[in-house]
Design a protein around this ligand. Structure first.
Ligand code: MN
Length: 424
C-alpha cells in the first residue's frame, strides 16, 4: 500500500491551525528553535525488518494479519512509516530471516521510497533448516572448531549481502553462553570468540564497521560470553578501528546506569550506536519511551554532549536503530511511537542550557544542575518534533492519519489475515 501525498497534505491542512498555536508557544520558550528543527529534520532512526510483524513470546503469538510476507513488503511498510514521519529512512535486515536474493531490485524499491539499508545483522542464535551443525551450545565461542567455522562463514556471507546493499555495518549479537556453572571455560570461550571475530573482521571492507552487541543473560542464564560493555569493548579494542560497541537499551541488568556507559564509550570513540527499546524488568523490547522516558533523555543528554565534544554529526556518525517487538500493538503504530519518543528525547537534550550546566557542575551546585536538566526534560517539545516532521513532508499526527486512511485494513485486504512475517 502506498500513502498519497495528497492524503498527508489534507491531513496537515486540517490540523494546521491547532499545530501553529502550539508550535508558536513552544518556540517562544526555546532560544535555539531553528537549530533544533534543523537537527530534528536530519535525524533518522532505522527500522529493523523483524519488527514489522507482531512479536511473539515463548508462550504464543497473536498476529493481527496483514503482516509483510516478503522482504519487498517489509520495505514497503518501512516506506509507509517514513512517509508518515519522515524520520525512518532506512531498514536493517536480519540474515537469514531476510535474504536479499536480488540486491539491485531490492535497492531500487527502497530508493523509490526514499530508503537505504542500515546495518545487516547475522544470526547464529538459531538453527536454520538445512544447517549442517547446531548452535545449541554456541557459535563463535563453540568448543568445536567446525561449528565456529560455520558461524564465521555465515557472518562473512552477511558482510557480502551488506556490501551489495550498501549497508555500512555488520551487527553481531551472540547468544553464546552457558546455563550452568562449570559448563564453560570463560577464557577459552572468550578467546574462541575473539579469534572467530578476527576472521570476520578481516573480511570486512575498509569502509565498513563491525558492531558488537552485548547482553547479560537470556537465552543463557548462567553466563553470556559477551555479557557487558566491558567485554564488548575489550573485543572491539583488540579487533581494531572498524569494530565498536553497540548498546541495546534492554541489554542491561536492572538499575544499570546506561548513560554513563554511553558517555565513556563515546569518549573513547568506541560507541557504534544504539538499539532502542524500553523495559521494566529485563530485555522486554517494549516501545521506546513507554516505561522510562527520563532515562532515554539522560542518555541523549550524554550523546549530544559527547558527540559535540568530538565534533560529530548527530545524524550520520552513529547507528540509530529501533530493536523492539511485542505482541499487543499494531507493529507500525508501535514503531511510529518509538521513533517519536526518540525524537522527543533528542529535542529535549538539544535544548539543555549547556553553559548553565557546566557552570553548575564546576561550582558543585548540585541542585542547580538538576534544575537545568529537568527544565529541558519538562519542556513540551512535541510541537517542535511535529513542526520538523511537517517541514520534512510528513504528517502532523502520523498515527491519526494511519488510522484515518485505514492502512492496516488495506494491508489485511492486500496480504490476508493469516500472514506471519519472519522474525522471532
Ligand atoms: Mn538488539
Amino acid at each position: 500500500m502506498h500513502l498519497e501525498t495528497k492524503a498527508i497534505d489534507e491531513h496537515n491542512h486540517q490540523h494546521l491551525g491547532e499545530h501553529k498555536r502550539r508550535f508558536e508557544f513552544a518556540a517562544g520558550e526555546i532560544v535555539n528553535t531553528t537549530e533544533v528543527l534543523d537537527k530534528l529534520i536530519a535525524f533518522n532512526i532505522a527500522i529493523p525488518s523483524w519488527a514489522l510483524g507482531t512479536g511473539g513470546t515463548r508462550f504464543g503469538r497473536f498476529p493481527e494479519g496483514g503482516e509483510p510476507r516478503s522482504l519487498e513488503e517489509k520495505i514497503e511498510d518501512v516506506g509507509l512509516i517514513h512517509a508518515l514521519n519522515r524520520s525512518s529512512n532506512s531498514i536493517s535486515l536480519h540474515i537469514p530471516w531476510d535474504i536479499p536474493e536480488n540486491a539491485s531490485s531490492v535497492k531500487a524499491l527502497a530508493a523509490q521510497l526514499g530508503l537505504h539499508f542500515d546495518a545487516v545483522n547475522s544470526n547464529t542464535f538459531q538453527d536454520q533448516k538445512d544447517q549442517k551443525l547446531s548452535y545449541k551450545l554456541g557459535s563463535l565461542h563453540h568448543t568445536d572448531k567446525a561449528v565456529r567455522r560455520q558461524a564465521i562463514e555465515h557472518n562473512i556471507q552477511v558482510i557480502k549481502y551488506g556490501v551489495e546493499l550498501d549497508s555500512k555495518a555488520l551487527s553481531v549479537w551472540l547468544s553464546d553462553g552457558s546455563n550452568f556453572p562449570g559448563q564453560l571455560n570463560f577464557r577459552t570461550a572468550f578467546q574462541n570468540t575473539l579469534e572467530s571475530l578476527q576472521e570476520i573482521y578481516e573480511a570486512l571492507p575498509s569502509d565498513r564497521k563491525m558492531w558488537i552487541e552485548y547482553k547479560p543473560y537470556e537465552p543463557n542464564f548462567y553466563s553470556t560470553t559477551i555479557a557487558d560493555w566491558g567485554q564488548s569493548h575489550l573485543l572491539a579494542s583488540k579487533l581494531g578501528d572498524k569494530a565498536k560497541t553497540l548498546v541495546d537499551l534492554g541489554h542491561h541488568l536492572q538499575g544499570t546506569n546506561i548513560e554513563q556507559i554511553v558517555s565513556l564509550l563515546l569518549m573513547e570513540g568506541k560507541l557504534a550506536g544504539f538499539h532502542f527499546n524500553d523495559s521494566k524488568y529485563g530485555d522486554d523490547d517494549l516501545t521506546v519511551g513507554s516505561i522510562n522516558p527520563y532515562q532515554l533523555f539522560l542518555i541523549f543528554n550524554e550523546l549530544v554532549e559527547g558527540m559535540d565534544a568530538r565534533n560529530m554529526n548527530h545524524a550520520k556518525d552513529m547507528g540509530w536503530m529501533i530493536d523492539a517487538s511485542h505482541n499487543v500493538k499494531d507493529p507500525i503504530e508501535d514503531l511510529i511511537q518509538s521513533v517519536e519518543a526518540i525524537k522527543i528525547a533528542y529535542a529535549q537534550a538539544l535544548i539543555i542550557d549547556r553553559n548553565a550546566l557546566v557552570e553548575a557542575q564546576q561550582r558543585n551546585d548540585v541542585a542547580l544542575a538538576q534544575e537545568v536538566l529537568q527544565q529541558a526534560y519538562r519542556t513540551d517539545v512535541r510541537p517542535l518534533v511535529a513542526e520538523a516532521r511537517l517541514r520534512a513532508g510528513g504528517a502532523l499526527q502520523p498515527i491519526t492519519l494511519f488510522r484515518q486512511e485505514n492502512v492496516r485494513k488495506n494491508l489485511l485486504k492486500e496480504r490476508g489475515s493469516k500472514t506471519i512475517s519472519t522474525g522471532l
